[in-house]
Ligand binder design. Structure first.
Ligand code: MG
Length: 288
């Protein structure tokens, strides 16, 4: 009975302190090694579903990754998060796209007007971040997982981050319970840690230990599943450091089960309905 009461108390604490159902905002200020502003890890034991580039892998989205339809479908299905990628065009427009080129045109060398009408499979034009966030703002129960892609140099990565922050503010989405950041760029993650420590900020590149990231104030990892299979201690070490954990990109049921058993907070997948089935009652959702 005593153990049950302690569990209920811990769960109640998590619910009361959690802004979005999984992570807790723990303050602002510059990070330091002894007081990293790490969002606390959810203690419910449930796992969030992150739709990779939106819920694109279905007829309704026209099988179009990073489309506005794919974001809308992720929201309508109530997935915990919906991931998307952003780049900076040659004339300084932030657009939503995965690769750094579109039909042979390098995004950072090309003005948006020359990219806009390189249509997605479902007929949408390449969305600007501004257009994308109009849809993003329509749901409070799906976290926007914003991947800031590497740019040609740190100066352009800074410009991209600044423009993302400005766009999020414009759409009233610059809030830790509405958006989180991920990046392969250590520079981007370090800047977010320094300037916006209250946001979940996960490093993607897999070449840093949890302890090394914490020294920089970076409060989460988002690593490839094969790496986390080899370095399975990373998840427990992140939990001990109160760092958040996500794994990409898991489409096979057996790997989903393994990662859930390892205790990751959330899983990025192209097959969110399969993951939903695997999780059953253990799916983490954001309540309104
Ligand atoms: Mg991505």
């Amino acid at each position: 009975m005593k153990r049950i009461l302690i569990s209920i108390a811990l769960l109640a604490t998590a619910v009361l302190t959690s802004g979005c159902g999984i992570f807790t905002k723990t303050g602002t200020g510059s990070p330091s090694t002894d007081s990293v502003k790490a969002p606390a890890v959810d203690m419910s034991g449930k796992t969030g579903i992150v739709a990779h580039r939106g819920f694109w892998n279905c007829r309704e989205a026209g099988f179009s990754q990073n489309s506005i339809a794919a974001l809308r479908l992720a929201q309508e299905n109530g997935f915990w998060g919906s991931e998307f990628d952003v780049h900076l065009t040659g004339d300084g427009v932030v657009i939503v796209n995965h690769d750094n080129s579109i039909n042979g045109k390098l995004i950072w060398n090309t003005p948006y007007s020359d990219l806009k009408n390189e249509l997605l499979k479902n007929g949408e034009h390449r969305p600007t971040l501004d257009e994308y966030l109009v849809q993003g703002a329509k749901s409070k129960t799906t976290m926007l997982v914003l991947e800031i892609k590497k740019q040609k140099d740190a100066e352009h990565e800074d410009m991209l981050l600044d423009k993302c922050v400005a766009a999020l503010k414009k759409h009233h989405l610059f809030k830790p319970d509405r958006v989180m950041f991920i990046s392969f760029s250590l520079h981007v993650c370090q800047r977010i840690a320094k300037e916006y420590p209250e946001f979940v900020n996960q490093y993607l590149n897999g070449d840093k230990s949890p302890e090394d990231l914490q020294k920089d104030g970076i409060n989460g990892i988002d690593y490839q599943y094969a790496l986390l299979g080899v370095k399975s201690s990373y998840i427990k070490r992140c939990q001990d450091l109160k760092m958040s954990t996500n794994v990409w990109t898991v489409d096979a049921e057996n790997i989903m089960k393994k990662m859930i058993a390892n205790g990751v907070n959330s899983i990025t997948t192209n097959e969110p309905l399969t993951l939903r089935e695997v999780l059953g009652d253990n799916e983490l959702k954001i309540s309104k």
